[in-house]
Design a protein around this ligand. Structure first.
Ligand SMILES: Cc1cc2nc3c(=O)[nH]c(=O)nc-3n(C[C@H](O)[C@H](O)[C@H](O)COP(=O)(O)OP(=O)(O)OC[C@H]3O[C@@H](n4cnc5c(N)ncnc54)[C@H](O)[C@@H]3O)c2cc1C
Ligand code: SF4
Length: 321
């Protein structure tokens, strides 16, 4: 049965009885719900949809806001262009029309072994990782042991770069976590830490930098309808032509989206008109050297270095808004 709760409390009550949450229904995890299982449709839940300006330049985005709505929001494009550019580049127009912010963050990884009932692994309650000794060519570059499938969410990368917080609801109440805390799943099971009776309610974005410049790049095997091999997002604060603050995040290289603090530090003091400079080149080289690729993902180390350098150059050349 499809359940259509009016508000968050009603949705949580349904989840407490074992019903499964769905929003756009484009990224559901295996196993599919058994025929006849209750599904909670989150798309009509009060307070879960839309982009609302908050105090001092902050913005709240409801979890059931579609990716297409995010990508088309003119106010958000001015205040949080890195998120809007990332949203507009993922999947296809058809997918973006249904896919939601919350569902994008909580989508299941893309591993073909996980989706094949002939295999069992760390991610479905079994042992071991057949991809490790098999086809892991789209796998991680930062191998931490265990599962080798990268985190699939593009919007998660943008949220790290935006310094976002995620608002969660469970029967005991609501709480906010830093975006990266949602994905601290390590090398074990799960692509996020949310429990089955919890909901993502909204994402809270702090105000933009004073003189914000952004870059976004995806290295992909085709231009659309495909998850990226590497994704990078950069936000720089460049008042008077010098970088004063920087946030750089990358995706598709580890079990969770990652910020690159050594690159961010190396960017401070960089003059926009002179390009990235030696300090940044050294930091990018460190990122490459810090990679621990698998036998079939060595090629991604070069892609990662090129994406990080490229996204910085793009942000430094961004005229701002
Ligand atoms: C061809 C194609 C290309 C794609 N390319 C990309 C890409 O490049 N980058 C990328 O990031 N994604 C990509 N995607 C994935 C797509 O963006 C996701 O499928 C989509 O964002 C999931 O959102 P949804 O609303 O459909 O989630 P659903 O399928 O409804 O749900 C997904 C999961 O999230 C849970 N969930 C959803 N909302 C909530 C909530 N508010 N609280 C708690 N749990 C919730 C559900 O229980 C479920 O487990 C692609 C998909 C396709 C088909
Ligand atoms: S553990 Fe991860 S990479 Fe390995 S088979 Fe399972 S989902 Fe795929």
């Amino acid at each position: 049965m499809i359940l259509r709760p009016a508000d968050v409390d009603e949705a949580l009550a349904h989840l407490g009885t074992g019903a499964l949450a769905r929003a756009g229904h484009t990224g559901a995890a295996p196993p599919e719900p058994p025929v006849g299982a209750d599904v909670v449709d989150l798309t009509g839940v009060e307070g879960l949809r839309g982009v609302q300006p908050g105090p001092e330049g902050s913005v709240r985005v409801g979890a059931a806001t579609t990716v297409a709505e995010l990508a088309a929001d003119a106010g958000l494009a001015r205040s949080h262009p890195a998120l809007v550019r990332t949203a507009g580049a993922l999947a296809t127009p058809e997918v973006r029309a249904s896919a939601t912010l919350g569902g994008n963050l909580l989508q299941r990884n893309r591993c073909a072994y996980l989706r094949n009932p002939a295999f069992s692994c760390l991610q479905d309650g079994g042992h071991g990782c057949p991809a490790r000794g098999g086809d892991h060519s789209r796998g991680v570059v930062m191998d931490a042991g265990g599962c080798v499938e990268p985190h699939p969410s593009s919007l998660a990368v943008a949220l790290l770069a935006q310094g976002a917080q995620v608002e969660l609801a469970c029967p005991e109440g609501r709480r906010r976590v830093e975006a990266h805390e949602l994905f601290s799943s390590g090398s074990g099971a799960g692509d996020h830490v949310l429990g089955p009776s919890e909901l993502v309610v909204a994402v809270h974005l702090p105000a933009k930098f004073e003189d914000e410049r952004v870059g976004h790049l995806r290295a992909s095997s085709r231009s659309r309808a495909e998850w990226p091999l590497v994704e990078a997002v950069a936000r720089l604060d460049v008042p008077a032509g010098t970088v004063e603050r920087a946030r750089v995040a990358v995706g598709a290289v580890a079990r969770e989206p990652l910020r690159l603090p050594q690159v961010e530090e190396a960017l401070i003091g960089t003059r926009a008109e002179r390009g990235a400079g030696e300090g940044v080149e050294r930091a990018v080289a460190q990122v490459r050297q810090g990679g621990t690729p698998l036998p079939l993902t060595g090629y991604k180390v070069a892609l990662l270095g090129a994406a990080v350098r490229g996204v910085i150059e793009e942000a430094l050349a961004d005229p701002g808004r």
